[in-house]
Design a protein around this ligand. Structure first.
Ligand code: MN
Length: 285
């Protein structure tokens, strides 16, 4: 099932070029449902929400996708966890960029660990990216994003996929420069998630998905998640060794080579197998 959030926070189920507004089913499922401080209520109660939805077509007429505003599929994650340098070709690319700047020499993920992006940087595809510091370089990074479905603490690789509610396309927008990574990547609108969440049952192997990004129809990134240094399972084991992952938390799995500068007026077109495609407009803050 493809689950989206749209307009002023309504819940939808996407089928083809349309969606069904299942907001009433969500509200019914969440009435009296337990929710804790760090969990996104919809994701924490996803089985109940899906059961309440049943057959999506019974909730009214299909609404054309191009007539709605798509928001981040997760409303309130407690953390946006991100993998740096998780594709070998991107490590090589960044080593070239950083040759003149030894402070920024990339380490492998096992040494560098993961980093956090501020949750306040999160937007959906229709909200767009609002660049700051236009005199500096701002880059796109397309990434497979994992949505954690249940509380995950010190999870073993073998069990890791059981903790995933679904998958999205993630954009980890990055201001290049000397500041700490989480500072440069936490600017408002610099974390895009969308266009919807595909539930985990629809993706048999997250470690074999093609991902692509174009800027104004010009191809820039084209890779497969099988080339990740840390697999999806290993990333969940690694992250949950350090902190508990809560329902709704997002794991950005790292970007392949092909990152390049973006500027106001650009449109990013990002696509991942079995998830879909999203257009994201770039503007200025
Ligand atoms: Mn990234």
């Amino acid at each position: 099932m493809k689950i989206c959030r749209f307009n002023d926070g309504r819940l939808g189920v996407v089928q083809g070029d349309h969606l069904y507004d299942v907001t009433s089913a969500r509200d019914q499922a969440l009435r009296g449902a337990k929710s804790d401080r760090w969990s996104d209520p919809v994701i924490a109660n996803l089985p109940a929400v899906i059961a309440a939805i049943g057959e999506p077509t019974r909730w009214g007429n299909p609404i054309p996708l191009n007539s709605v505003k798509l928001l981040s599929p997760v409303e309130r994650p407690s953390k946006l966890v991100a993998a740096p340098t998780n594709y070998r070709d991107h490590i090589a690319e960044m080593q070239k960029v950083s040759a003149s700047n030894p402070v920024k020499r990339p380490q492998d993920i096992g040494t560098a660990g993961m980093f956090l992006k501020a949750t306040s940087s999160l937007v959906g595809p229709s909200e767009g990216i609002k660049l700051r510091f236009l005199e500096r370089r701002n880059d796109h990074e397309v990434e497979l994003a994992l949505i954690i479905g249940k509380t995950a603490n010190q999870v073993a690789q073998a069990d890791a996929l059981d903790y995933i509610a679904g998958y999205c396309i993630g954009l980890d927008i990055t201001l290049r420069g000397p500041e700490d990574r989480s500072f440069r990547k936490s600017i408002d609108t610099y974390s895009v998630l969308g266009p919807w969440m595909v539930t985990a049952d629809e993706i048999a192997d997250p470690d074999n998905l093609r991902l692509r990004l174009g800027v104004n129809n010009e191809p820039r990134q084209n890779a497969n998640t099988r080339d990740m240094v840390y697999s999806v399972r290993r990333l969940i084991e690694f992250a949950s060794a350090f902190y508990t992952l809560h329902p709704g938390d997002v794991v950005y799995t790292g970007t392949p080579s092909g990152v390049s500068a973006i500027k106001p007026g650009d449109t990013l077109i990002a696509e991942i197998d079995n998830i879909g495609r999203m257009h994201v407009a770039v503007g200025a803050a």
